[in-house]
Design a protein around this ligand. Structure first.
Ligand SMILES: Cc1ncc(COP(=O)(O)O)c(C=O)c1O
Length: 378
């Protein structure tokens, strides 16, 4: 089976992790690896502070809390995203309001934002889906006009840029995931980056059970969202390879684009002229012209030993969100459609050109043997 992703772990990661273990950098908020990983990753994002946490999910939850968002507040979020984006809002007793996607980049549609703002709206969490940046300069202008906090969900966008500026550096905070399938990984792990000193201090306090002075007397209700020292060591070794990993993701996307552009009925990922897409995962959308539906294609690819995943079930369709008091959702027809028609192909940075050839030939073959695909391609 060609897997949808494979982390790139080498001797450097092993050496750093072993060194961290030998130094006793196990748990707690100390140690050279944790500090180096935080400061080097923050610098990579063009931010002053990095606060390492246990996952992308906890990074987002912590960020929403640090932003002062709470009971009854509304937060606009991308409809098409991982559930973690909505959970961060819900776990702070606030209400997520899904924003439909636009059909080109699959990111939240900036034209819809102002129509969804109410007096209760306190923030926006845009998601840079599959590595294509949201047009943050435009989003920030809307947010500033309405006095909204912006927290970027960068779980899938390490290194992606808008007009040369890196995602994670536009909003008050940027939240990253280092899960195994992400651009860089610490196994489980995440980071919040910010250039605001006060927000950084609050994030550190919240991450560490709200410990302050005197020890064991707590002014605020915190969390234990700490990252271990040996995971930070792994993250640092990964960070040293990030440019190479991103380049290989972009090369894989270019190869896919070249081989799939002539297949009828496919919509391929874009890179708008102001964007640098890092193609975390190479997503495609199946249109009727392909001849068979998305689920049938997934089944056929699986039979051929090729693993894929569907796009996200949008937030307007999540049963537990629909049951939340005050939850409201405008229709999200584009995100609904992407959930039915989108899938992503193997995108691990180790994927060989021969693998990509095999995947694309299999897709082209399925299309040309379907009645509609054959007609449209000829
Ligand atoms: C857009 C998005 N946000 C948040 C997360 C949550 O990250 P984690 O799995 O590290 O908790 C993920 C991925 O898993 C994601 O894709």
């Amino acid at each position: 089976m060609i897997p949808v992703f494979e982390p790139t772990i080498g001797e450097e990661e092993i050496a750093f992790v072993v060194d961290a273990l030998r130094r006793g950098e196990i748990s707690g908020n100390f140690g050279s690896y944790l500090e180096r990983f935080e400061s080097e990753f923050a610098a990579f994002c063009g931010c002053k502070h990095g606060i390492a946490v246990s996952s992308g999910t906890t990074a987002l939850q912590l960020a929403v809390d640090a932003a002062g968002i709470g009971a009854g507040d509304e937060v606009l979020i991308s409809a098409s995203t991982n559930i973690a984006t909505a959970l961060a809002v819900v776990r702070n007793n606030a209400i997520p309001v899904p924003v439909d996607s636009e059909s080109e980049t699959w990111n939240l549609d900036l034209d819809l934002i102002e129509s969804l703002i109410t007096p209760r709206t306190k923030g926006i969490i845009p998601v840079h889906l599959f590595g294509h940046p949201v047009e943050m300069s435009r989003l920030m202008k809307i947010a500033d006009r309405h006095n909204l906090v912006v927290i970027e969900d960068c779980a899938e966008s390490h290194g992606a840029t808008e007009r040369g500026r890196i995602t994670g550096s536009f909003g008050l905070m940027g939240c990253f995931s280092f899960y195994a399938n992400k651009v860089i990984t610490t196994g489980e792990g995440g980071m919040v980056v910010t250039s605001d000193d006060k927000v950084a201090a609050r994030l550190r306090l919240l991450r560490n059970l709200g410990f302050s002075q005197p020890r064991f007397r707590h002014e605020i209700a915190g969390y234990n969202f700490r990252l271990t020292g040996f995971q930070a060591a792994m993250g640092l070794a990964q960070l040293h390879k990030i440019d190479r990993i991103i380049e290989s993701k972009r090369r894989i996307a270019a190869l896919y684009n070249e081989r799939l552009k002539t297949v009828a009925g496919l919509r391929l990922p874009v890179e708008l002229e102001w964007a640098r897409n890092i193609y975390w995962m190479y997503g495609i959308v199946i249109t009727p012209g392909f001849g068979i539906g998305r689920d049938a294609l997934i089944a056929r690819l699986s039979e051929a030993g090729i693993e894929t995943r569907t796009f996200f079930c949008p937030m307007n369709q999540q049963p537990f969100l629909q049951r939340i008091a005050g939850f409201r959702s405008a229709p999200c027809p584009v995100a609904d459609d992407l959930w039915q028609t989108g899938l992503y192909l193997p995108s691990g940075s180790n994927l060989s050109e021969a693998d990509i050839d095999r995947i694309c030939e299999t897709i082209a073959d399925i299309s040309s043997h379907s009645p509609l695909g054959a007609t449209q391609a000829s």
